[in-house]
Write a protein that binds this ligand. Structure first.
Ligand SMILES: Nc1ncnc2c1ncn2[C@@H]1O[C@H](COP(=O)(O)OP(=O)(O)O)[C@@H](O)[C@H]1O
Ligand SMILES: [Mg+2]
Length: 332
């Protein structure tokens, strides 16, 4: 079995605002192995981005990590200084954001931006070799006519091309871990497919472990090996993609799958098709956090246990886990 590149245990992140505390990420734990693509899926607000930012040491104020540990290979990230963390980003772990246009520096030419990453992380690389390396990496991400693009500014590129540049910057040093937070959400379907294929190439060529965050179950099914389903700050189900998608063990996963539009339609911008809304992170319910919206609970005659007792993320067979008191009743 491949090496574990990322190990997350009991991670919790809180935002304190005007006397109230929102625990946006509440006890999240998982592994990513070398060469593996792990999907993290869930509705907007479920804590996916905050989890990713916590891994990178980039939780914005007033948020802070209040519990848990993150290990990148042998390194316990909790023991690093901000400066050491910054050095790790880019070289050993990299982020591909959802909005590359906003992440790229508007006043720096494309070539110089890609070159900055190279210079920062490979200071020994002879200056004369930098341009060649920059063109190589841009060619690898499928940017047309890279020798022309390096001279342009971000606003002169289409959204798809900007995203390719962001991917290039993310993958250029062959990081152990690549975090892609909704990297294709803003793009049209054809370009989405190209970016996804690119991530598959990167995994193939560099053995990079990829954490792929999305609200779209269809994308997860297409490219991920395993999936983590997030709801209200917690993982509610995890396991191999094929098994989770064909026989979900949590009612929320079932609802996400049922919300996928028919084949041929465009993926939805937001998942709005599950009735109701997630609970308020400032006051998580005492029992199951999905209980109020749960179709299974209703079908079972609203058992009291669902609202009184918080279910654990229980081990099922073959690497699968589910956080439901009635998992055996979900598979139909
Ligand atoms: N900057 C912030 N300030 C206060 N609360 C925040 C901030 N960012 C995120 N949160 C809280 O974290 C929750 C999860 O957000 P996020 O991780 O962005 O969700 P997702 O990426 O799954 O859509 C939000 O519902 C909100 O309560
Ligand atoms: Mg997000």
């Amino acid at each position: 079995m491949a090496t574990v590149v990322l190990q997350v245990r009991d991670l919790a992140v809180e935002f304190s605002l005007r006397g109230s505390v929102a625990r946006a990420v509440d006890g999240v734990g998982f592994d990513v192995r070398a060469g593996e693509i792990v999907g993290m899926v869930g509705e907007s607000g479920s804590g996916k981005s905050v989890t990713m930012l916590a891994l990178l040491g980039l939780v914005p104020r007033p948020g802070r990590i209040v519990a848990g540990s993150v290990r990148l290979r042998d390194i316990d990230l909790g023991t690093l200084s901000l400066r050491e963390l910054a050095q790790l980003r880019g070289r050993q772990m990299a982020l591909i954001p959802s909005d590359a246009g906003a992440a790229l520096n508007p006043v720096t030419r494309i070539g110089a931006q890609v070159g900055e990453g190279l210079a920062a992380h490979l200071p020994d690389l002879p200056r004369a070799e930098r341009p060649g390396r920059i063109l190589d990496i841009l060619r690898r991400v499928g940017l047309p006519r890279p020798e022309h693009q390096v001279r342009r500014y971000p606003h002169e590129l289409s959204g798809g091309m900007q995203q390719r540049v962001a991917v290039a910057m993310g993958v250029q040093l062959g990081p152990d871990l690549l975090i892609a937070d909704e990297p294709t959400t803003a793009l049209d379907v054809t370009i989405q497919a190209q970016i996804l294929r690119l991530l598959l190439d990167v995994r193939e060529q560099s053995g990079t472990g990829i954490l792929f965050v999305t609200h779209d179950m269809t994308t997860v099914a297409e490219i991920c090996d395993r999936v983590l389903v997030m709801y209200a700050g917690q993982i509610v189900e995890s396991g191999p993609v094929v098994e989770v998608c064909t026989a979900p063990a949590h009612p929320y996963t079932r609802a996400l799958l049922d919300a996928i539009p028919p084949l041929g339609g465009d993926p939805p911008e937001q998942l709005t098709t599950i009735p109701g809304a997630p609970p308020d992170p400032r006051a998580w319910p005492a029992g199951c956090r999905f209980a109020e919206r749960c179709w299974l609970r209703e079908r079972l005659g609203n058992p009291e246990k669902c609202t009184s007792l918080a279910p654990d993320l229980a081990d099922l067979e073959s690497e699968r886990r589910s956080r439901c008191h009635f998992t055996e009743a979900v598979v139909r």
